[in-house]
Write a protein that binds this ligand. Sequence first.
Ligand code: 4NP
Length: 160
Amino acid sequence: MGQLETTNVLFVCLGNICRSPTAEGVFREFVRVEGLHDEIVIDSAGTGAWHVGEPPDQRAQAAAISRGYDLSAQRARQVRSTDFEQHDLILAMDRANYDDLHALCPIQLRDRIHLFLSFARGADVDEVPDPYYGAGDGFQRVLDLVEDASRGLLDHIRAR
Ligand code: 4NP
């Protein structure tokens, strides 16, 4: 038998305390339910360093747990140079994250970077809005978009 091939996925936002931890938690649960946890490795990171070491924002955790996703074990970290070689799919929550990743990434690995919502089917936007400074309902919107894109991402990885 050949070696089991894994797909390494990295979700990226600005602070790694709201959107990308939500994406990590949602996608991890989708992968668990499908029994694919040995084949898909999941992580998240932020382009910024302000919140390194912190758990996800309490509002993000509360919104996620209301839909059955537990983010409490996650801790924020910043994107590092080795992330580009270590991950097959690097998924940016918005264009600013995409542009920052693009600038950091070796040219030959840039095709690994995508807008996460490029995998969504029902979304009418292509960026996950930053909920950090907004009203609380921004976190439900993040979950709606992340669940949509996570379904499409799982199908994409299965088809690889
Ligand atoms: P995130 O949200 O990028 O979804 O984690 C933010 C968290 C913190 C800040 C900005 C966005 N901040 O400026 O501290």
